[in-house]
Ligand binder design. Structure first.
Ligand code: SAM
Length: 186
């Protein structure tokens, strides 16, 4: 399983910025977490409790610094240098869950730290039925965003976009959390 293109593309950037400690938020099958662990980063994988149960059964987690369920994040202060969010935000449908997700990122990222967020950008309309578990493979299940829309969501949390690119119906963007920020949201 190959790591997301955005992770491979920005890996050198993060190293250059002195990032060492990483939270992969919505780690899925660990393709990005294991890639960065292999590159020498200290990686914590977080996901929903049901996915964490599957992750814990995976022998490769010995390469990770930790594995945690997302319900622990509001009370954690991991102080990581980098949060990864690839193809997660676009499958969170409810606004309050999106807000919780962004608050948890801010809560666990150090001031001046980075967020790499990658989401689908293809315009789709319609809503999928309850119980669909296809995530972003399902054309009706995933939300889509432009980099401007991501800005609107993230700026209130104290993030500033430093880079982005579009590729294969996805947009990937790097944001930096302001030093000593006190965002209005969350
Ligand atoms: C499409 S997979 C992407 C996995 C991985 N980031 C990747 O790029 O391979 C989406 C993942 O997000 C997780 N997820 C869904 N809702 C979430 C939430 N509210 N908070 C954290 N993770 C969530 C799912 O359990 C799943 O593992």
């Amino acid at each position: 399983m190959q790591a997301a293109t955005s992770i491979r593309r920005y890996c050198r950037f993060f190293r250059h910025k002195g990032a060492t400690k990483v939270l992969d938020y919505g780690a899925g099958k660990l393709r990005n977490a294991l890639f960065l662990a292999d590159e020498g980063f200290t990686v914590i994988a977080a996901d929903l409790p049901q996915q964490i149960r599957k992750i814990r059964a995976c022998p490769a987690i010995r390469h990770l610094a930790g594995v945690m369920a997302t319900d622990r994040l509001p009370d954690s202060e991991l102080n990581v240098d980098l949060v990864l969010s690839t193809y997660v935000f676009n499958i969170i449908m409810e606004n309050n869950e999106q807000e919780r997700y962004l608050s948890n990122i801010r809560q666990n990222l150090r001031p001046g730290g980075y967020l790499l967020i990658e989401v689908r950008c293809r315009k789709q309309s319609g809503a999928c039925g309850e119980g669909c578990s296809e995530f972003f493979k399902c054309p009706d299940c995933a939300k889509t965003y432009s980099h401007e829309e991501l800005d609107q969501l993230l700026v209130p949390y104290g993030f500033r976009r430093v880079s982005h690119y579009y590729c294969n119906q996805a947009v990937a963007a790097i944001y930096q959390l302001e030093q000593g920020q006190a965002g209005v949201a969350g």
